[in-house]
Design a protein around this ligand. Structure first.
Ligand SMILES: Nc1ncnc2c1ncn2[C@@H]1O[C@H](COP(=O)(O)OP(=O)(O)OP(=O)(O)O)[C@@H](O)[C@H]1O
Length: 384
C-alpha cells in the first residue's frame, strides 16, 4: 500500500499542507525542527490513531487551534480510499472513509498500516515493560484491528477493578462483604478479557521470534540468528503447556486461579497485581547457554540493533501476512554508521513505499535516493 496524497489542517506546525506522494522512496530533508517528523507522524497517526512521540492527542493539534485534520488518499491493490481523521482533544475523534463518517474513529484501524523506525525506538529496549507491551499491542492491532476493542475493554475493567480493590481494602464489616462480592464479578471480567489479550500476545511473540533473530543477524555485525531472543513473561508462573497452546479457556482459568491466590496481597496494596498489564516482553542476547537481558547488559550498539531488529521483524511479519506496510524511517540514519545504513536501506528498499526523514541529505543511503522534498519554514517543496 502507499499514500498518494496527504492533506494536513492544523496538525502540529502545519496550518494547511498538501503533499503529493508516490510509491518507492521519498525523503524529507531539512534542518532540525522544520517539521519533517510532523509530516510522517501524521501518516502514522492514521495507522494507529496514536503517535510514536506522545501519549495524548493535544500536542498534535497546532498551538492555538481546536482541532486537527489528517487526510490521506491511500492506494491498496490498485484501489484508492480517502481516509480522514479529525483530532478533537478532550472529545471524541471522528473518522471518515471516502467522506462517509465511521460510527467510531477506531474503525479506521487496519485500513493503513505503517511501521515506524525512529530514535525513540531505543525505549523499546531500555524503557519500562509498558513500552514493550505497547509495542506488542500496537502490532496486534495492526494485524487484527478487532483487538483494539479487547485492549480498551481490558483497560476499562482494570480501572474499575483497581478502584474496587482500593475501596474493598479500606472497608470493614458489611460494606467490605459487599465490595468483595462485587470483586468476584470483576475478577471474571478481568480473566476473560485478560485471557484474550494474553493469548494474542503469546501467539504473536512465537510468530515474531524467528524474524527477530534473522533481523538481528542482519543489523548487528558478527551476530548469528540465534543471538537475539524474545520471550513472553507473564506476571505469574504459567503452565508451559498452557503458554504454548495459548488456549483462551485455559488462560482464563489460570488467571482466575492466580487472582484467587493473590487476593490478600491485592487488597492490602489496593492494586491489581495479576494480568497482562503486569507482563513483560523479555529481550535477551547471547547463545542458549548464557543469555543476558538486553536491558542493563547490552552495549549501546547492541541495544540499538535490537530495537531495529524488533521493527524490522514487525515489518517482515506484516509482509508475511500478505500486506506491505508503509515504512517510515524517521531520523534513523544519523544513528548508524555507513555500513549499517546501507544494510538497512537494502533490507527496506523493496517496500512499496518508504518515507525517510533526515537533517542531512548525504545521510540518506543511495538505495533510498528517490523523490526528495525540502522542508523549511513550514513549506514542503519538491527538490528537482
Ligand atoms: N502542536 C504544535 N503546534 C505548533 N507547532 C508545533 C506543534 N508541535 C510541534 N510543533 C513545532 O514543530 C517543530 C518540530 O517539528 P519536527 O519534530 O517535525 O521537526 P524535524 O524537522 O523532524 O526536526 P529534527 O530533525 O530535529 O527531528 C518544532 O519547531 C515545534 O515547535
Amino acid at each position: 500500500m502507499h499514500v498518494a496524497h496527504l492533506t494536513l489542517h492544523d496538525f502540529r506546525s502545519y496550518p494547511d499542507l498538501e503533499v503529493e506522494l508516490g510509491p518507492g522512496a521519498t525523503a524529507f530533508i531539512g534542518r532540525n525542527g522544520q517539521g519533517k517528523t510532523n509530516l510522517v507522524e501524521a501518516i502514522d497517526y492514521l495507522s494507529r490513531l496514536g503517535s510514536h512521540r506522545v501519549a495524548t492527542d493535544a500536542p498534535l493539534v497546532r498551538a492555538g487551534a481546536d482541532q486537527a485534520v489528517v487526510r490521506a488518499a491511500v492506494v491498496r491493490d490498485g484501489r484508492t480510499a480517502v481516509l480522514e481523521v479529525e483530532l478533537n482533544p478532550g472529545r471524541s475523534n471522528r473518522a471518515r472513509v471516502n467522506r462517509s463518517p465511521l460510527p467510531k474513529a477506531r474503525e479506521l484501524l487496519g485500513l493503513v498500516r505503517t511501521v515506524v523506525f525512529s530514535p525513540e525506538d531505543l525505549t523499546l529496549v531500555k524503557g519500562d515493560p509498558g513500552d514493550r507491551r505497547t509495542f506488542l499491542d500496537d502490532l496486534l492491532v495492526l494485524r487484527t484491528p478487532r483487538l483494539a476493542g479487547v485492549r480498551s475493554d481490558y483497560d476499562r475493567v482494570l480501572r474499575q477493578r483497581s478502584s474496587l480493590l482500593k475501596t474493598a481494602g479500606l472497608a470493614r464489616g458489611s460494606s467490605r462483604e459487599s465490595a468483595l462480592s462485587t470483586l468476584v464479578v470483576w475478577d471474571a471480567h478481568l480473566a476473560r478479557t485478560g485471557a484474550e489479550l494474553l493469548s494474542a500476545r503469546l501467539q504473536l511473540v512465537d510468530q515474531l521470534r524467528p524474524y527477530v533473530g534473522k533481523a538481528y543477524e542482519t543489523v548487528a555485525r558478527g551476530a548469528s540468528r540465534d543471538d537475539a531472543w524474545i520471550d513472553y513473561a507473564p506476571s505469574f508462573e504459567l503452565d508451559p503447556e498452557v503458554a504454548r497452546t495459548a488456549d483462551r479457556a485455559a488462560l482464563t482459568d489460570a488467571l482466575l486461579e492466580e487472582l484467587e491466590r493473590r487476593r490478600g496481597d491485592e487488597l492490602d496494596r489496593g492494586v491489581c497485581l495479576v494480568g497482562p498489564h503486569r507482563d513483560e516482553l523479555r529481550l535477551t542476547l547471547g547463545d542458549a547457554a548464557a543469555r543476558l537481558p538486553v536491558k542493563g547488559y547490552a552495549s549501546h550498539g547492541e541495544s540499538w540493533s535490537f530495537a531495529l531488529a524488533l521493527r524490522l521483524a514487525s515489518y517482515d511479519l506484516l509482509r508475511a501476512d500478505g500486506d506491505d506496510p508503509i515504512l517510515i524511517l524517521d531520523d534513523v540514519f544519523a544513528e548508524l554508521d555507513s555500513e549499517r545504513r546501507a544494510q538497512l536501506a537494502d533490507l527496506v528498499s523493496g517496500a512499496e513505499q518508504v518515507l525517510v526523514t533526515a537533517a542531512v541529505a548525504d545521510d540518506v543511503p543511495a538505495a533510498l535516493a528517490g523523490v526528495r522534498y525540502l522542508v523549511a519554514d513550514g513549506e514542503v517543496t519538491r527538490d528537482g
